[in-house]
Design a protein around this ligand. Sequence first.
Ligand code: SAH
Length: 230
Amino acid sequence: MKIAIMGAMVEEITPLLERVGEYREIAYGGNRYYEAKYGSLDLIIAYSKIGKVFSALTATTMIEKFGAQKLLFSGVAGAINPALKIGDLIVATKLCQHDLDITAFGHPYGFVPEGKVFVESDRALLSIAKEVADELSTTLYEGVIATGDQFIADEERKEWIADTFGADALEMEGASVAVVCDALGVPFLVLRAISDAADMDAGFDFDTFLESSAKESADFIMKMLDKLNG
Ligand code: SAH
């Protein structure tokens, strides 16, 4: 079984590379991909760079060039749901693009013809995540993640995303990866640890908590890999 693990920033995959130990680096498409073995699993690990376009490119490359059969995204996000505190883990049940807007033509926000507003995560991977959380006695939130090409540090925009999509957290790559995986028939899961609350303090909080929250998420992904190893 070949599994892709991706992040957006180097900080999101460094803890994963440290855990797998030996890996082989391959340069492709302006990016670096890392092949590694983890028990019986073949892994392909990469960070895409920030945003929907780079993350779609990386997800596609991991699937089409490297043959990934499942994809796990590990990273950080801004909280919308006030129950989510810095360091908390949230897994997306479904994802949407909050900045996709052709409402001028009567379409809903986040929708383009032949697309869908929400892409749902793989149920089997979601249940593995829940099993891992139970075993670790960790709280794992489940909810809607909204993605857009903007760092949100603004209460008003955050409230709009909450009201429009019922979103619990927001970030900049999840939904684009979801669209790619859905189109190519690859089961995926997007896991995020909260780095900030997408409010006035978001920039400061992000810088402060990026590393620790990225590690929270990566550690959880490693536990999921242990389960997938059987
Ligand atoms: N400090 C970085 C930029 C970070 S952009 C630099 O200067 O290079 C924020 C990244 O973390 C994105 O990959 C996004 O997915 C996630 N993220 C965390 N909090 C976010 C927020 N409030 N709004 C949007 N994305 C957020």
